[in-house]
Write a protein that binds this ligand. Structure first.
Ligand SMILES: *Cc1c(COP(=O)(O)O)cnc(C)c1O
Length: 459
């Protein structure tokens, strides 16, 4: 499969470039040049597969020039052996909807599902190339932990993680900062997640620096993450499928990565009806999808910190689609967003968006109330992010089989859980030790050059 950038549709790239670079040199995002659609018959063949087997089938066409089917098969088995569930994810019924638990990996959030695979992709790449790599990643709390767990202790690779100081939960932070491996560096930036993300983006576009340190990125813009995440849409779809009913997904959304993975599944032939883009008070995507106003505002701190984002990086992939794959138009739109913080989506494009996407928004009280109601009625504890997905189906009326993505384990956000239902959300036993472990991280100003310097001194 060949790839292009959303800001340059003439040059073509191999999966290896796409994966290792993360972001294209022109600042655009990689997408396949063309994709093959599954037929009804193809889907039937995928329907009864175990999660790992399904993952092998879905991922291989995207990466066929990077490794053999046999190598991929081994890597998938290895990556998913660290999950607490045989089939990686678990689908449970809570009330009238299905909840897809994606948090049974080592760091208790859905990001493990893509990241464990990426960690082993790097290992494979480095074994073949005898290169060294430095990963730099911004996190709103969960990506960093998942990336560190996937990369820690691996040879010829360092990982630098930027998180917004004091704006992630202590459990989220401890999952990142308590490791002892020498190839892991945690930076607490005095700023928001968007500041962290902007610094990482600026490093990628600073080509001298990016080349000097052999920089690679695992943020949610990395195409490899998107394809790994599209697998669980297939898996859960097949579990609830009953031919008469449309199937909808509610997806707690920040960077538009996870829901874009669902959209990719739809584009390659899985007949999903609608996605609800479920946001917290940082509702830029809700405003964009309901009335076309993609206007960047200040980031608010919420009890669902992994969604405290105003600049939804993956949205550029959708913008590219809406503008009929015109790199010129995409560049214009992205320039406008960067310079004016605004993108007015025209009626015609908004209608196109609404074919696939609806949206919802929850304020803090609503999130707490959803956690409380679900607990009282069904004796299930949802984390604040998953609660936003769950409640989305009360705000947007969609008939059919409704699936909520549960993106994190409630124990990652004990403060919010205690506030909502006055119980302590306990960590799984095997992770209890992190609570007393010494933490390692450095606090640095929100300053591009200082952070560059920090990295240079450590590689
Ligand atoms: C990252 C994250 C999200 C948002 O996912 P995006 O791909 O950024 O939209 C939602 N919930 C949790 C728990 C997360 O860690």
């Amino acid at each position: 499969m060949n790839y292009i950038s959303t800001r340059n549709s003439s040059d073509s790239f191999k999966f290896e470039d796409v994966f290792i670079k993360g972001l294209a040199d022109d600042g655009g995002l990689f997408i396949p040049k063309s994709i093959h659609k599954y037929s009804q018959n193809d889907l039937l063949k995928l329907k009864n597969l175990e999660y790992k087997e399904l993952a092998k089938k879905i991922i291989f066409p995207f990466i066929g020039d990077f490794m053999s089917e046999q190598d991929l098969s081994e890597i998938i088995d290895k990556s998913y052996s660290v999950f607490r569930k045989q089939n990686v994810v678990e689908l449970v019924k809570i009330g009238d909807r299905s909840v897809l638990e994606l948090f049974h990996g080592p760091t208790l959030a859905f990001k493990d599902i893509a990241m464990q695979l990426l960690g082993n992709f790097y290992e494979y790449y480095l074994n073949n190339k005898k290169n060294k790599i430095n990963i730099v990643v911004a996190t709103s709390g969960d990506t960093g932990a998942a990336a560190i767990d996937a990369i820690k202790g691996k040879e010829n690779i360092n990982i630098f993680v930027l998180h917004p100081n004091n704006r992630i939960s202590p459990v989220q932070r401890k999952l990142m900062t308590t490791g002892k491996e020498k190839n892991v560096f945690n930076i607490a930036v005095e700023g928001s997640f968007d500041d962290c993300q902007n610094i990482v983006k600026a490093m990628f576009t600073d080509q001298a620096f990016a080349n000097e340190i052999k920089m690679s990125g695992v943020n949610s813009i990395n195409w490899a993450r998107i394809i790994a995440q599209s697998v669980y849409y297939f898996y859960s779809y097949f579990l609830v499928e009953d031919n008469s009913e449309p199937i909808n997904f509610a997806v707690p959304t920040g960077n538009f990565g996870d829901v874009y993975a669902g959209y990719l599944a739809k584009k390659i032939g899985l007949p999903i009806n609608k996605f609800i883009v479920a946001t917290n008070q940082n509702d830029i995507l809700h405003r964009a999808i309901t009335n076309g106003a993609y206007n960047v505002e200040n980031v608010l701190e919420t009890i669902s910190p992994s969604m405290d984002i105003q600049i939804a990086s993956n949205f550029e992939r959708l913008i590219f689609d809406l503008n009929n794959h015109s790199d010129k138009k995409t560049i214009d739109v992205m320039k406008g967003i960067k310079e004016k913080g605004k993108y007015e989506i025209q009626k015609e494009n908004l209608d196109k968006i609404n074919v696939d996407f609806l949206s919802s928004r929850m304020d803090e009280i609503e999130v707490l109330n959803t956690i409380k109601n679900v607990y009282e009625k069904f004796n299930k504890v949802l984390d604040p992010h998953s609660a936003i997905g769950y409640g989305a189906f009360d705000k947007v009326d969609l008939k059919g089989n409704n699936i909520v993505l549960a993106t994190a384990h409630p124990c990652k956000f004990p403060g919010a859980i205690e506030k909502a239902i006055n119980i302590k959300a306990e960590l799984p036993d095997e992770l209890l030790f992190i609570l007393d472990e010494k933490e390692n991280y450095d606090i640095i100003d929100n300053d591009f050059n200082k952070i560059k310097q920090y990295i240079k001194e450590r590689i």
